[in-house]
Design a protein around this ligand. Structure first.
Ligand code: ADP
Length: 210
């Protein structure tokens, strides 16, 4: 899927998919409407500079049908070879590899927290750190696009609404910051209809229309 085929949130407002809300959490920043996308589908098919893998700490791939396994399957065995040299990754941190057989040039592997309601504050900080370190890594490597899946909300059990607030908040603040100016497109990739509905309802709070 070429970047040109991935709708920006400006286009989604125009199409009526996204609707303005009364109590937006951030002031409108019209430039950002062209630099953020919501896309439903398979992240491994995107022709972009980087996609993010919701990895585990070994970085050696989960077994299918896990998302991590899907990335390794699509990227081919050379990915595992490079991952073996990385010595794993801590929760909340991120490491970059080449994309190999993927249409994406790079893969940013980040390790989300396994959710626990009794440690909600710590888990929230770790999840925010996944998004933050992935964005920083993309900019550090001069990458212009980054596509995120909904980190930790699958088998790691993070409540989707809470996780989406964190994802949107970190990305909005990063794009407002100096380093964020170098990222031309940030894509939120959702798989399920339910997750898509959550992103559609929350995006207008963080990226209000102009
Ligand atoms: P985690 O271990 O971080 O919870 P999962 O592997 O369970 O990660 O998946 C994270 C999210 O990615 C889930 O919402 C899942 O539905 C979604 N997902 C699964 N496959 C794909 C895919 N090919 N493209 C984009 N998102 C996907």
């Amino acid at each position: 899927v070429a970047l040109a085929k991935i709708p920006t949130i400006r286009e989604l407002y125009k199409a009526g998919v996204l609707k303005a809300v009364d109590a937006a959490k951030h002031a409108p920043n019209p430039a950002l409407l062209d630099r953020v996308s919501l896309y439903q589908g398979d992240i491994t098919r995107l022709e972009v500079d980087s996609i993010v893998n919701a990895a585990n700490r070994s970085l050696l791939g989960g077994s299918p049908p896990l998302f991590d396994g899907a990335i390794h399957a699509a990227a081919g065995p050379s990915l595992l070879e490079e991952c073996r040299t990385l010595d794993g990754c801590d929760t909340g941190d991120a490491k970059i590899t080449k994309g190999y057989d993927l249409p994406s040039r790079h893969i940013i592997h980040t390790v989300g927290p396994v959710y626990s309601s009794s440690k909600a504050e710590e888990k929230a900080q770790q999840l925010a750190s996944c998004y933050q370190t992935s964005l920083q890594l993309a900019v550090k490597n001069s990458l212009k696009h980054i596509a995120f899946p909904s980190i930790s909300t699958g088998i790691y059990g993070y409540p989707v609404k809470d996780a989406t607030h964190i994802a949107l908040d970190v990305v909005r603040k990063f794009l407002d910051s100096e380093g964020g100016g170098k990222l031309e497109r940030t894509i939120f990739v959702v798989w399920s209809d339910a997750d898509k509905a959550v992103y559609e309802s929350l995006i207008p709070y963080y990226f209000p229309p102009d």
